[in-house]
Design a protein around this ligand. Structure first.
Ligand code: C2E
Ligand code: MG
Ligand code: MG
Ligand code: MG
Length: 288
């Protein structure tokens, strides 16, 4: 009996695996048309100044509006896109789209774009960035590129050259998910980063664990020494925000302030939270 049960359990796993693989293949095929069918959309999540608690910019976060499945998160389809050169098309589109959007925002607002390591490797990435800036008219100092340390592990010489090319354009380089990898610290010294984004897991832990708060303090002081700006991601409570402000984090990002915003909520948010130059002048005049 035990033997028979074992076998049927095995068959169950086997068929489950098949159907997962089938499902992924189907999604991959559909993803090829997603761009053409305008099913991809960028959401924007505010990056808040820890000092005055006002938005300084936004991170672009991609979504797939699947006609049947609904909203598919990037964790599910970016890996699929990375299995083929589809990631290049999607990545090019994302940078282009994000720069165009940011060019329409009030002056000074920055936009951060996540870059897949595969996209970075497969294309002349500085050229892609340069073209997106030129097409949109966005000033280069308003664009940030976020990369994870996975990118830095292979071919460090080639990666260094490409990163330097991007940085020479005047674009900000941020290390995303800082602290989750194996060599975050050595990479900070080796590559030309301007900014680190501390991974949400440390922010989560800081609510309960004094050791996590000590680590955050250490990262903040390291940032100061290395002249790096610090963003904390996944800030969900006022207590976390206040603690991060006291240790001199520069930017806060998370549901406590705002979720990623779609094309309906984004203009509303801008209107409510970001004074335009015009409105500022009006306020100045009125206060005299
Ligand atoms: P990430 O770059 O670290 O982005 C932060 C993720 O945390 C986002 O998930 C965001 O929605 C989520 N988040 C923000 N604040 C909070 C919070 O307070 N609580 C919680 N629980 N979550 C929060 P999302 O949008 O699902 O993106 C997941 C990952 O997918 C991103 O992690 C990034 O690595 C990747 N990704 C997103 N958009 C793109 C893109 O356009 N291109 C590429 N290559 N990757 C992308
Ligand atoms: Mg990111
Ligand atoms: Mg991140
Ligand atoms: Mg993260």
């Amino acid at each position: 009996r035990a033997k028979a049960d074992g076998r049927s359990v095995f068959r169950f796993f086997e068929s489950q695996m098949d159907s997962d693989a089938r499902e992924r293949r189907m999604l991959e095929v559909e993803l090829r048309d997603a761009l053409k069918n305008k099913e991809l959309e960028l959401y924007y999540q505010p990056l808040i100044s820890a000092v005055d608690r006002r938005p300084m910019g936004f991170e672009a976060l991609i979504r797939w509006n699947h006609p049947i499945r609904g909203l598919v998160p990037p964790a599910e389809f970016i890996p699929l896109a990375e299995r083929s050169s589809l990631i290049v098309e999607i990545g090019d589109w994302t940078i282009e789209q994000a720069c165009r959007a940011a060019a329409s925002w009030p002056t000074g607002m920055t936009v951060a774009v996540n870059m897949s390591a595969k996209h970075f490797r497969l294309s002349d990435i500085a050229q892609v960035v340069k073209k997106a800036l030129a097409n949109s008219g966005l000033e280069s100092n308003r664009l940030e590129i976020e990369i994870t340390e996975g990118l830095l592990m292979e071919n460090p010489e080639e990666v260094t050259i490409k990163l330097a090319e991007i940085r020479d354009l005047g674009v900000t380089l941020a290390m995303d998910d800082f602290g989750t990898g194996y060599s975050s610290l050595s990479y900070l010294l080796k590559f030309p980063f301007d900014k680190i984004k501390i991974d949400k897991s440390f922010i989560d832990a800081s609510s309960q664990d004094p050791a996590a708060r000590d680590i955050l303090k250490a990262i903040a002081s390291l940032g100061k020494t290395l002249n790096l700006r610090i963003t904390a991601e996944g800030v969900e409570t006022a207590e976390q925000a206040d603690f991060l402000s006291t240790i001199a984090c520069h930017q806060l990002q998370g549901f406590h302030f705002s979720p990623p915003l779609d094309s309906i909520d984004m203009p509303r948010y801008l209107l409510a939270n970001v004074p335009t130059r015009e409105a500022e002048v009006r306020a100045e005049v009125e206060s005299v």
